[in-house]
Ligand binder design. Structure first.
Ligand SMILES: Cc1ncc(COP(=O)(O)O)c(C=O)c1O
Length: 344
């Protein structure tokens, strides 16, 4: 069978052959007893990479974010996040269901929560208001943008001055670090806790990390058990996670360069409007001038040529470059797009 070129997301990446090998050979134990040597290695490594005292292996990014919210807050607290933040839009209302908190979304033209927006969003100390106790930020943003370090610093200072904890959804922390040309720890320095995914551009089959102070992570470990996230011989998965943190970050530059190349290439196709405003990671967003029927038929027409894309969402199409897609694959995608759009 010909290769399928899957540019729906970076979550579709396959574990590398080396990952499969180390998974087969990983020494394991019962992690709920703290006995899994491979998980213990991964957690120590993740803490070091994110500049935090401790880290916890969790099955998914969603669980990592929700554990952070659960551990930082008490029922009835007010939590500030971006209007388009994953915790608000894509986690099935879990913060309300699991932690009983109110998510208070902030509107921002570029999705970045600036200090003045944060100040305005914090609830007053008033008998009618829930206490605002947590800020959830994202970096990189789901829009493909990266929050600059000086903004991170100022927002963190503002949050701290107002007594808030700061959690960062860093599902693509390593993409943000690559784009900014810094260590991940230079970003997470401006957060109390961070979740980052091993399973997206870094190619591990499963898993994310939640990192923070030792005391916080111990409480989160207990909360993970409440959520049924205490896993047993999951060193099999952690083994791939270790490679995700040691070998794979260096590959993200190629994903970013490929996305930049694809943006330039697609922009040459008549009627394709590629978004260029500050997108720095492995994503390509664009709109099309073409008739609605053609735009809606695009996923099917591309699939006939072996290319998987997601359908239009909020008027935009999104292609995501990843480890399993080469520059040649992307050239083929662009050629197919040109051909299909020209046929009309
Ligand atoms: C920004 C962001 N945060 C969190 C998640 C959740 O990760 P998971 O799918 O592992 O639950 C995702 C998933 O795509 C994401 O894009």
């Amino acid at each position: 069978m010909n290769k399928i070129i899957d540019i729906r997301s970076d979550t579709v990446t396959q574990p590398t052959p080396e990952m499969r090998r180390v998974m087969a050979e990983a020494p394991v134990g019962d992690d709920v007893y703290g006995d899994d040597p491979t998980v213990n290695r991964l957690e120590a490594l993740a803490a070091e990479r994110s500049g935090k005292e401790a880290a916890l292996f969790v099955p998914s990014g969603t669980m990592g974010n929700q554990l952070a919210i659960m551990t930082h807050t008490k029922r009835g607290d007010d939590v500030i996040c971006g209007r388009n933040a994953h915790v608000f839009v894509h986690e099935v209302g879990a913060a309300a269901v699991l932690s009983g908190v109110i998510l208070d979304p902030v509107d921002s033209p570029d999705d970045i929560i600036y200090p003045e927006l944060l100040e305005r969003a914090i609830r007053e100390d008033d008998i009618h208001c829930p206490p605002t106790t947590l800020l959830c930020i994202e970096n990189a943003l789901a829009t493909g943008k990266v929050v600059p370090l000086d903004v991170m610093e100022k927002v963190y200072e503002t949050a701290k001055a107002r007594g808030l904890s700061v959690h960062m959804d860093g599902a693509r922390l390593f993409n943000a670090a690559e784009a900014l040309g810094v260590d991940p720890a230079a970003i997470t320095k401006y957060t109390d806790t961070v979740m980052f995914c091993l399973s997206k551009g870094l190619c591990a089959p499963v898993g994310s990390m939640l990192a923070g102070s030792r005391e916080f992570i111990e409480r989160a470990r207990k909360n993970r058990k409440i959520l049924g996230g205490g896993m047993r011989q999951c060193g099999i998965l952690a083994a791939a996670g270790i490679l995700a943190l040691t070998e794979m970050p260096a590959c993200l530059r190629t994903d970013h360069e490929n996305a930049a190349w694809l943006r330039r290439r697609l922009a040459k196709i008549p009627g394709v409007h590629v978004k260029e405003d500050g997108i720095q990671i492995n994503m390509v967003f664009f709109t099309l001038d073409h008739p609605k029927e053609l735009v809606e038929a695009l996923p099917e027409k591309l699939l006939e040529r072996g290319i998987k894309i997601n359908g239009i969402s909020a008027g935009e199409l999104r292609f995501v470059t990843n480890h399993d897609v080469t520059r040649e694959d992307l050239a083929f995608v662009a050629d197919c797009m040109e051909e299909i759009l020209a046929e009309g």
